[in-house]
Design a protein around this ligand. Structure first.
Ligand code: BG6
Length: 258
Protein backbone atom coordinates (compact mmCIF):
# COMPACT_ATOMS: atom_id res chain seq x y z
CA UNK A 1 0.00 0.00 0.00
CA UNK A 2 2.88 2.34 0.85
CA UNK A 3 4.27 1.55 -2.60
CA UNK A 4 0.96 2.47 -4.18
CA UNK A 5 0.85 5.77 -2.32
CA UNK A 6 4.38 6.56 -3.41
CA UNK A 7 3.57 5.82 -7.03
CA UNK A 8 0.46 7.95 -6.73
CA UNK A 9 2.54 10.84 -5.45
CA UNK A 10 5.12 10.50 -8.25
CA UNK A 11 2.24 10.59 -10.70
CA UNK A 12 0.84 13.72 -9.08
CA UNK A 13 4.25 15.38 -9.18
CA UNK A 14 4.47 14.75 -12.92
CA UNK A 15 0.97 16.05 -13.41
CA UNK A 16 1.77 19.24 -11.50
CA UNK A 17 5.02 19.82 -13.39
CA UNK A 18 3.11 19.40 -16.66
CA UNK A 19 0.39 21.74 -15.42
CA UNK A 20 2.95 24.48 -14.76
CA UNK A 21 5.15 23.50 -17.71
CA UNK A 22 8.23 23.36 -15.55
CA UNK A 23 11.09 20.95 -15.16
CA UNK A 24 10.13 19.25 -11.92
CA UNK A 25 7.83 19.23 -8.88
CA UNK A 26 8.25 17.58 -5.53
CA UNK A 27 5.15 17.18 -3.38
CA UNK A 28 5.54 16.60 0.35
CA UNK A 29 2.68 14.69 1.93
CA UNK A 30 0.39 16.69 4.17
CA UNK A 31 -0.52 20.33 4.29
CA UNK A 32 1.93 22.79 5.78
CA UNK A 33 -0.94 25.07 6.83
CA UNK A 34 -2.06 22.33 9.18
CA UNK A 35 1.11 20.42 10.04
CA UNK A 36 4.21 22.49 10.69
CA UNK A 37 6.40 19.41 10.32
CA UNK A 38 5.83 19.40 6.55
CA UNK A 39 8.39 22.19 6.33
CA UNK A 40 11.04 19.66 7.42
CA UNK A 41 10.23 17.71 4.28
CA UNK A 42 10.67 20.91 2.28
CA UNK A 43 14.12 21.21 3.81
CA UNK A 44 15.07 17.65 2.95
CA UNK A 45 13.75 17.97 -0.59
CA UNK A 46 15.57 21.26 -1.05
CA UNK A 47 18.87 19.73 0.05
CA UNK A 48 18.36 16.81 -2.33
CA UNK A 49 17.37 19.08 -5.19
CA UNK A 50 20.28 21.44 -4.69
CA UNK A 51 22.75 18.53 -4.40
CA UNK A 52 21.48 17.37 -7.73
CA UNK A 53 21.31 20.72 -9.52
CA UNK A 54 24.24 22.77 -8.28
CA UNK A 55 27.46 22.30 -10.21
CA UNK A 56 30.80 21.58 -8.53
CA UNK A 57 32.97 24.58 -7.69
CA UNK A 58 31.76 28.03 -6.85
CA UNK A 59 28.03 28.72 -6.64
CA UNK A 60 26.47 32.10 -6.02
CA UNK A 61 22.99 31.53 -4.67
CA UNK A 62 20.57 34.46 -4.56
CA UNK A 63 18.05 34.08 -1.74
CA UNK A 64 14.73 35.77 -0.96
CA UNK A 65 13.14 36.24 2.47
CA UNK A 66 10.04 34.94 4.23
CA UNK A 67 9.12 32.32 6.80
CA UNK A 68 9.39 29.41 4.34
CA UNK A 69 12.97 30.34 3.47
CA UNK A 70 13.78 30.87 7.15
CA UNK A 71 12.63 27.32 8.01
CA UNK A 72 14.40 25.92 4.98
CA UNK A 73 17.67 27.52 6.06
CA UNK A 74 17.58 25.50 9.29
CA UNK A 75 17.29 22.26 7.36
CA UNK A 76 20.17 22.67 4.89
CA UNK A 77 23.23 20.55 5.61
CA UNK A 78 27.02 20.73 5.10
CA UNK A 79 26.82 17.91 2.54
CA UNK A 80 25.88 20.64 0.06
CA UNK A 81 29.38 22.07 0.39
CA UNK A 82 31.10 18.86 -0.63
CA UNK A 83 33.14 19.82 -3.69
CA UNK A 84 31.37 23.16 -3.77
CA UNK A 85 31.95 26.64 -2.51
CA UNK A 86 28.58 28.16 -1.67
CA UNK A 87 28.05 31.91 -1.39
CA UNK A 88 24.58 33.04 -0.36
CA UNK A 89 23.56 36.58 -1.35
CA UNK A 90 20.27 38.42 -0.73
CA UNK A 91 18.44 38.62 -4.04
CA UNK A 92 16.75 41.96 -3.46
CA UNK A 93 17.03 45.02 -1.26
CA UNK A 94 15.01 45.15 1.96
CA UNK A 95 11.34 44.84 1.23
CA UNK A 96 10.11 45.62 4.69
CA UNK A 97 10.17 42.24 6.39
CA UNK A 98 10.99 41.82 10.06
CA UNK A 99 14.63 41.09 10.77
CA UNK A 100 14.60 37.32 11.22
CA UNK A 101 12.85 36.66 7.92
CA UNK A 102 14.88 39.12 5.87
CA UNK A 103 17.04 37.71 3.13
CA UNK A 104 20.20 38.96 4.88
CA UNK A 105 19.44 36.89 7.98
CA UNK A 106 18.42 33.88 5.92
CA UNK A 107 21.63 33.99 3.90
CA UNK A 108 23.61 34.02 7.13
CA UNK A 109 21.65 30.99 8.40
CA UNK A 110 22.10 29.11 5.14
CA UNK A 111 25.83 29.77 5.20
CA UNK A 112 26.05 28.62 8.79
CA UNK A 113 24.18 25.38 8.11
CA UNK A 114 26.03 24.48 4.93
CA UNK A 115 29.45 25.75 6.07
CA UNK A 116 29.36 28.20 3.22
CA UNK A 117 29.73 31.96 2.95
CA UNK A 118 27.24 34.79 2.76
CA UNK A 119 27.12 38.47 1.89
CA UNK A 120 24.95 41.23 3.28
CA UNK A 121 23.05 43.82 1.27
CA UNK A 122 22.76 47.02 3.32
CA UNK A 123 19.76 48.77 1.84
CA UNK A 124 17.07 49.99 4.23
CA UNK A 125 13.44 50.01 3.25
CA UNK A 126 12.14 53.45 4.05
CA UNK A 127 14.53 55.96 2.51
CA UNK A 128 13.91 58.78 0.06
CA UNK A 129 14.53 58.13 -3.63
CA UNK A 130 17.55 60.42 -3.36
CA UNK A 131 19.16 58.48 -0.54
CA UNK A 132 18.30 55.29 -2.32
CA UNK A 133 19.98 56.43 -5.52
CA UNK A 134 23.14 57.44 -3.69
CA UNK A 135 23.23 54.17 -1.74
CA UNK A 136 23.38 52.40 -5.06
CA UNK A 137 26.65 54.21 -5.74
CA UNK A 138 28.23 52.67 -2.65
CA UNK A 139 30.85 50.07 -3.57
CA UNK A 140 29.63 47.73 -0.80
CA UNK A 141 26.17 47.76 -2.33
CA UNK A 142 27.34 47.57 -5.91
CA UNK A 143 29.56 44.57 -5.24
CA UNK A 144 26.61 42.61 -3.90
CA UNK A 145 24.35 43.62 -6.76
CA UNK A 146 27.03 42.41 -9.13
CA UNK A 147 27.06 39.07 -7.36
CA UNK A 148 23.28 38.84 -7.62
CA UNK A 149 23.68 39.47 -11.32
CA UNK A 150 26.17 36.61 -11.55
CA UNK A 151 24.21 34.20 -9.38
CA UNK A 152 23.69 30.75 -10.86
CA UNK A 153 20.89 29.77 -8.49
CA UNK A 154 17.86 31.44 -6.96
CA UNK A 155 15.93 30.24 -3.91
CA UNK A 156 12.56 31.77 -3.20
CA UNK A 157 9.06 31.25 -1.90
CA UNK A 158 5.69 32.56 -3.03
CA UNK A 159 3.31 34.51 -0.82
CA UNK A 160 -0.39 35.30 -0.59
CA UNK A 161 -0.75 38.86 -1.93
CA UNK A 162 -2.78 40.49 0.84
CA UNK A 163 -0.83 38.76 3.57
CA UNK A 164 2.47 39.94 2.08
CA UNK A 165 1.27 43.51 1.60
CA UNK A 166 0.13 43.70 5.21
CA UNK A 167 3.23 42.06 6.59
CA UNK A 168 5.38 44.56 4.75
CA UNK A 169 3.33 47.52 6.03
CA UNK A 170 2.52 48.73 2.56
CA UNK A 171 0.50 51.93 2.33
CA UNK A 172 -3.31 52.06 2.33
CA UNK A 173 -3.18 53.22 -1.30
CA UNK A 174 -1.19 50.21 -2.39
CA UNK A 175 -3.41 47.90 -0.36
CA UNK A 176 -6.52 49.19 -2.07
CA UNK A 177 -4.83 49.05 -5.47
CA UNK A 178 -3.97 45.40 -4.87
CA UNK A 179 -7.57 44.74 -3.90
CA UNK A 180 -8.95 46.54 -6.90
CA UNK A 181 -6.60 44.67 -9.24
CA UNK A 182 -7.42 41.39 -7.51
CA UNK A 183 -3.86 40.45 -6.69
CA UNK A 184 -3.65 36.91 -5.32
CA UNK A 185 0.03 36.04 -5.30
CA UNK A 186 3.41 37.62 -4.69
CA UNK A 187 7.01 36.68 -5.39
CA UNK A 188 10.18 38.79 -5.53
CA UNK A 189 8.12 41.88 -4.66
CA UNK A 190 5.89 41.43 -7.72
CA UNK A 191 2.15 40.99 -7.24
CA UNK A 192 0.10 38.84 -9.62
CA UNK A 193 -3.59 38.39 -10.36
CA UNK A 194 -5.16 35.00 -11.04
CA UNK A 195 -4.25 35.27 -14.71
CA UNK A 196 -0.62 35.66 -13.71
CA UNK A 197 -0.39 39.31 -14.77
CA UNK A 198 1.86 41.62 -12.77
CA UNK A 199 -0.46 44.17 -11.17
CA UNK A 200 2.06 45.87 -8.88
CA UNK A 201 5.77 45.80 -8.19
CA UNK A 202 7.69 47.03 -5.15
CA UNK A 203 10.37 49.22 -6.70
CA UNK A 204 13.53 47.69 -5.30
CA UNK A 205 17.00 46.90 -6.51
CA UNK A 206 18.43 43.46 -7.10
CA UNK A 207 16.94 40.54 -8.91
CA UNK A 208 14.09 41.29 -11.31
CA UNK A 209 11.61 38.80 -12.65
CA UNK A 210 13.09 38.88 -16.14
CA UNK A 211 16.55 37.98 -14.76
CA UNK A 212 15.26 34.54 -13.78
CA UNK A 213 15.17 33.46 -17.40
CA UNK A 214 18.95 33.25 -17.48
CA UNK A 215 19.41 31.65 -14.05
CA UNK A 216 20.35 27.99 -14.52
CA UNK A 217 18.88 26.80 -11.22
CA UNK A 218 15.64 28.20 -9.80
CA UNK A 219 14.09 26.58 -6.76
CA UNK A 220 10.65 27.71 -5.58
CA UNK A 221 9.35 26.41 -2.26
CA UNK A 222 5.77 27.08 -1.21
CA UNK A 223 2.97 24.97 0.21
CA UNK A 224 -0.27 24.89 2.17
CA UNK A 225 -3.78 24.97 0.71
CA UNK A 226 -4.01 28.70 1.48
CA UNK A 227 -1.21 29.36 -1.02
CA UNK A 228 -2.74 27.41 -3.93
CA UNK A 229 -3.95 30.49 -5.82
CA UNK A 230 -0.79 32.41 -5.05
CA UNK A 231 1.36 29.57 -6.37
CA UNK A 232 -0.72 29.33 -9.54
CA UNK A 233 -0.53 33.05 -10.19
CA UNK A 234 3.24 33.20 -9.88
CA UNK A 235 3.89 29.93 -11.69
CA UNK A 236 2.37 31.41 -14.84
CA UNK A 237 5.52 33.56 -14.86
CA UNK A 238 8.03 31.01 -13.63
CA UNK A 239 10.88 30.10 -15.98
CA UNK A 240 10.76 26.55 -17.35
CA UNK A 241 13.87 25.43 -15.46
CA UNK A 242 12.08 26.02 -12.14
CA UNK A 243 11.91 23.16 -9.67
CA UNK A 244 8.94 23.54 -7.36
CA UNK A 245 8.75 22.02 -3.91
CA UNK A 246 5.23 22.08 -2.53
CA UNK A 247 2.85 19.92 -0.50
CA UNK A 248 -0.38 17.99 -1.01
CA UNK A 249 -2.39 20.80 0.57
CA UNK A 250 -1.50 23.11 -2.31
CA UNK A 251 -1.14 20.49 -5.04
CA UNK A 252 -4.59 18.94 -4.53
CA UNK A 253 -6.20 22.35 -4.62
CA UNK A 254 -4.35 23.30 -7.81
CA UNK A 255 -5.02 20.02 -9.63
CA UNK A 256 -8.68 20.03 -8.58
CA UNK A 257 -9.39 22.46 -11.39
CA UNK A 258 -7.81 20.18 -14.04
C1 BG6 B 1 9.85 35.04 -0.30
C2 BG6 B 1 9.44 35.59 -1.60
O1 BG6 B 1 10.86 34.12 -0.49
O2 BG6 B 1 8.74 34.43 0.31
C3 BG6 B 1 8.40 36.58 -1.32
O3 BG6 B 1 10.47 36.23 -2.28
C4 BG6 B 1 7.22 35.79 -0.80
O4 BG6 B 1 8.18 37.30 -2.46
C5 BG6 B 1 7.63 35.22 0.51
O5 BG6 B 1 6.10 36.53 -0.69
C6 BG6 B 1 6.59 34.35 1.16
O6 BG6 B 1 6.76 34.40 2.54
P1 BG6 B 1 6.34 33.23 3.49
O7 BG6 B 1 6.49 33.77 4.86
O8 BG6 B 1 4.94 32.89 3.13
O9 BG6 B 1 7.28 32.13 3.21
Amino acid sequence: EVMGQLLGMREKEKQLAAHFQIEHCTIASGDSDITAKVSEDFGRSATETLSFLLPKGENIIAVMGGTTMAHLAEMLTPTLSEERKLIFVPARGGIGESIEIQANAICAKMAQHTHGEHRVLYVPEHVSMETYASLLQEPAVRDILEMVEQSNAVLHSIGVATHMAERRNMSAEVLSLLKEKEAVGEAFGYFFNEQGEVVYKIPRIGLQLKDLAKTPCVLAVAGGHSKAKAIESYMKNAPKQTWLITDEGAANEILKGE
